[in-house]
Design a binder for this molecule. Structure first.
Ligand SMILES: [Zn+2]
Length: 285
């Protein structure tokens, strides 16, 4: 599932290849990926130019300018398997391509999504701000003070806490597991009971891992590709994610997998010791 580094890579690609271009035509092949009326979506986008690209967490907002009219925004959520590319119109159409935007300068923007959890939405500036304001601070911009305040008194698993987009936006399963490993924190630890020192280590791990992953254009699990259809390069850097059964890169003990709030969590039982208060899933009482 695309997380902050993957969406940021798409955002940077759009800055290079789509900024300033005009949307000449909108072709919707599967209306299920459009939020609201597809006809309205098409008419609201056609003729407008891409004036800026913003990202918060995993959400992208393309500012669409028109003469004498307030700007509109194209909101893009990649969901589980969404791909957003800008390519030459001659490029053969892949299956599961649901939306085609013809751009000037002989370019085509395509939205492809096998699982169809991704969404495209046309909205006003005020609607865009409302959606962005519902998200916590972006995980690449979050300050230590914000991070610490969000941890305070929080119960429940730190793994779920890291992935709660209202507290901090951008982290999903992959970078949550990797950050917890780097900080030596068990996925079932409670944020409110993590020491200030360990909290600081987690904060630094989050920032460092996200920055590194952005530099390597993200991780390609499932179908993620960048704007030109290339996979990310971070996968070899993963230390625990989906490496259960393999030796820990630090201590050689076997990496384990447990389910926390319905999501797989990968961790090293010796580098990330379980706090006494945390019961393992499946254990009695
Ligand atoms: Zn270990």
């Amino acid at each position: 599932m695309p997380e902050l580094p993957e969406v940021e890579t798409v955002s940077q690609g759009l800055q290079q290849r789509a900024l300033g271009r005009r949307i000449l035509a909108v072709d919707i092949r599967h209306a299920g990926v459009i939020a609201g009326s597809p006809q309205q979506f098409a008419s609201e986008l056609e003729g407008r130019s891409i004036a800026s690209i913003r990202r918060k967490g995993k959400v992208l907002a393309l500012e669409l300018a028109a003469e004498k009219e307030p700007a509109r925004y194209l909101l893009v959520r990649l969901g589980m398997t969404g791909q957003f590319t800008v390519i030459e119109p001659e490029t053969p159409l892949e299956s599961h391509t649901h939306v085609l935007l013809t751009l000037d300068g002989r370019q085509e923007m395509r939205f492809r999504d096998v699982r169809r959890f991704g969404r495209l939405r046309s909205c006003t500036g005020a609607e865009m701000e409302t959606i962005f304001n519902r998200l916590g601070p972006d995980a690449q911009q979050v300050t230590w003070e914000q991070f610490l305040a969000a941890m305070r008194a929080r119960r429940g698993a730190v793994k779920s806490w890291l992935m709660n987009q209202q507290l901090m936006a951008g982290i999903g399963n992959i970078y949550a597991d990797e950050s917890l490993f780097a900080a030596g924190i068990h996925p079932l630890a409670q944020p409110g009971r993590i020491s200030r020192n360990k909290g600081r280590r987690l904060f630094r791990a989050v920032r460092k891992i996200l920055d590194h992953a952005v530099r390597l254009q993200g991780t390609s699990f499932r179908d993620y590709v960048d704007i030109e259809g290339r996979p990310g390069n971070y996968e070899p850097q993963l230390r625990v994610y989906q490496r259960d059964g393999e030796p820990c890169p630090r201590c050689r003990r076997t990496i384990r997998r447990i389910v926390v709030a319905g999501r797989s969590s990968h961790f090293c039982p010796s580098c990330q010791p379980r706090p006494r208060y945390a019961r393992m899933p499946g254990s009695r009482r």
